[in-house]
Ligand binder design. Structure first.
Ligand code: GLP
Length: 256
């Protein structure tokens, strides 16, 4: 796992965008995995400025969706991804997928989503945020480290964290459909972005703690190609901070 500490969120976005751009230039970016939340927004803004043809031509898969929001609800992840990713990056909306969070489709939503990802050839670069509970996607603590796309129940903490997007905390759905940890690990490369002091404990647990379902993001330690891009505040609880800076300062030319 490579940890890159940047001065601020804009620099974090630029660094993550560098990785996406490098893969695009290598001809290895056909399917982009995209996340909602505020942390990845600087990445999308940086990619929007770069207007890369390979990104515009890519397919995209979102990580997760709330269950039961009415179609077109502005805070459904389908709407958020359309606004923040599809529009900004100039993707073809027909090539952007979000799990089906409709109540009628729930029984098959997970399996259908897994099939779609597999048929697209798998995810080349997965962009991730991290929740204060250590979740990635919506894989809350005690999620199976081998899980596939399925329905999950949100923790109270996540519902509180996400209440800012809804009129009332009670409006935050209790359930979601999320790619599993096993699904996320299938991506060829993963870039996790975390911004701000609220994420410092989760970042430290994910990077330096034991691999445990109690911190779902810690499963990323099992993936061979992960970059964790954080700002100073999110890096505050990392014990090996000096080492990460040294690795970064002496990174080989070919490495982004
Ligand atoms: C939601 C999403 C996650 C995201 C998390 C953190 O819960 N399901 O994918 O990482 O929010 O969001 P933020 O970056 O806004 O703190």
């Amino acid at each position: 796992m490579q940890v890159v500490v940047t001065t601020d969120q804009e620099a974090a976005g630029e660094y993550a965008a560098d990785i996406v751009q490098r893969r695009a230039e290598e001809g290895a970016l056909h399917v982009l995995g995209v996340a909602t939340g505020s942390s990845p927004l600087p990445v999308y803004e940086a990619l929007e400025r770069r207007a890369l043809a390979a990104v515009r031509a890519a397919r995209a898969f979102a990580l997760d969706e709330y269950v039961g929001l009415p179609p077109g609800h502005p805070e459904s992840y389908r709407s958020v991804i359309a606004r923040e990713v599809t529009d900004r990056l100039g993707l073809d909306p027909a090539r952007v997928e979000v799990p089906d969070g409709s109540v009628e489709g729930l029984r098959t939503a997970g399996a259908r989503y897994e099939e779609l990802i597999a048929a697209a050839g798998g995810v080349d670069v997965q962009i991730l945020g991290i929740g204060t509970t250590g979740h990635i996607g919506f894989n809350e603590p005690t999620s199976s480290l081998a899980s596939r796309t399925r329905v999950k129940t949100l923790t109270e903490q996540t519902r509180r964290d996400n209440a800012r997007f809804f009129d009332s905390p009670d409006d935050v759905p209790r359930h979601c459909v999320t790619q599993g940890l096993g699904t996320i690990l299938d991506a060829r490369e993963i870039v996790l972005v975390a911004i701000g002091s609220r994420k410092a404990a989760a970042v430290a647990a994910a990077v330096e703690g034991p691999v445990t379902a109690m911190c779902p993001a810690s499963v990323l330690q099992l993936h061979p190609r992960v970059t964790v891009v954080v700002d100073e505040a999110a890096a505050a609880e990392l014990r090996l901070r000096a080492y990460y800076d040294e690795v970064f300062a002496h990174r080989p030319d070919w490495q982004v």
